[in-house]
Design a protein around this ligand. Sequence first.
Ligand code: TRP
Ligand code: ZN
Ligand code: CA
Length: 453
Amino acid sequence: MIRSVHRRLAAGTAIAIAGLLAAAVPTAAATSSTTTSSSSSGSAAPARSLAALAAPDIPVANVKAHLNDLQSIATANGGNRAHGRTGYKASIDFVKAKLDAAGFTTTLQQFTSSGSTGYNLIADWPGGDANKVLMAGSHLDSVSSGPGINDNGSGSAAILETALAVSRAQFSPDKHLRFAWWGAEELGLVGSRYYVNSLSATDRSKISGYLNFDMIGSPNPGYFVYDDDPTIEQTFKTYFTGIGVPTEIETEGDGRSDHASFKNVGIPVGGLFTGASRTKSSAQATKWGGTSGQAFDRCYHSSCDTTSNISETALDRNSDAIAYAIWTLSAGTTVPPTGDVYENTTDVTIPDYGTAVTSSVAVSGRTGNAPAALQVGVDIKHTWRGDLVIDLVAPDGTAYRLKNSSGSDSADDVVATYTVNASSETANGTWQLKVQDVARYDTGYINSWKLTF
Ligand code: TRP
Ligand code: ZN
Ligand code: CA
């Protein structure tokens, strides 16, 4: 793999070695839209691993628009989208039409449960290694008592919009992507089990991972990650760390959603969840906001699970996490990308209890936005690190807090790598590390810092 190192030895004097490499080799500027599949082997080209970093920001307004449509479907069909009811079939037809228009190959799979016909919708994105399939699924049925907007319009709408983003990017991952909307989950994971049972052992073995999204917009949300396949789990955790949102392991009934159908036959699984009828603790309210002593979703399985029963913030974060996971996990067997390094090694004195100082790195020759997991390596020498407030400042001036001051953080030096979700920032431009010493007596300097794209 080509690894280009950009170094700035002093402000304004960039050495352009890496720029030359970038011009000769497409790796440095790869994005999802310019990277095309040229190999079907497991050894991915470096360009692909960089493509993984270009996961799009999923527009939450689009996800909400899908929820409004699902709500309208329920309203027009007796108030629910339950298995065996007209609202379920109308929901499946709605999702299928969007995917067909976006270039997916869709399959409606029929089954019978409790005397009614049920449907799974399977949507394949053409291309990728057919022997390495990455799947994402959500149950589309509601209970009969309500429209099921959080449970599970939320997961259904988020993976629909992610699939549409795959199409908009004309994403060409190493793995084959397959999205699924399950019927009759509320009757006991019926649709997903039917699908898994319909696969031969060979076809099951081709599924390298299944990601499940069931209830990801709870109005009093928690951020729960399934504790199953370690790679999938870590991918989600990396995303949430990057946006500064703590997560917990999902414990509200492991096996209570469609991932269990896959896990039971040995397929690696993972997923996200924002909580159902369990109560948010005060510790959880402290870390996530919201209301302690109240259920994550007070409308769970009831008629008030409408479009009012959604946290837009949770829906937004989880939708972006889904896209990040799909972009990242669909890269072949490449090790995590080492990326391009932009560094400033000039010392900058940090005045004691003084104004903020900055150190710059210039980033050029890239395409599109910065990654969702931008690595910020910081090396600051200081006699009391608790005095320091550190921000990364993007070219447009947006500041990302890396570290706050703390009276009790009595160690020396800050030598750390922070992960920042910089996916809404243009990559090219001047990035700054901004450091302020906010307490008297101890002093130090920025020794060096770097960005790894
Ligand atoms: N699957 C459940 C439902 O649809 C909701 C649920 C409860 C859940 N516990 C879970 C989903 C844990 C995912 C993970 O009613
Ligand atoms: Zn449910
Ligand atoms: Ca000080």
